[in-house]
Design a binder for this molecule. Sequence first.
Ligand SMILES: [Zn+2]
Length: 115
Amino acid sequence: MARTGARPYRRNRGRVLAGNPVCVECGQPIDTSITDQYDPGYGTADHKVPYSQGGTDALENLQPMHRGCNLAKHSTPGGPPPPPPRRRPAGPATGSAPPPPVAEARPTAIGAGRG
Ligand SMILES: [Zn+2]
């Protein structure tokens, strides 16, 4: 990540996404209530002119876009698909699985120590 800088991106992002922002990529409204930055529906301020080409964080250089659309925009068409979401590993497809271990029943100590 970038070091501590005075980039006005965060502030301008709020301006870009103020009101009822519409994604410039897919034309769908952006739900600004999403705060999870890893959510595809998260609203981002896309740079019209990227940094690598001299773009700035100026409000004129930003446009509302979904995070998911932003990622898709920067990915090359026909490229490798994004990694699938995490899944729990599937167990071996054996014919007969051994029975699960039986949990021991611990005796309760209710009523002990009376008197
Ligand atoms: Zn979009």
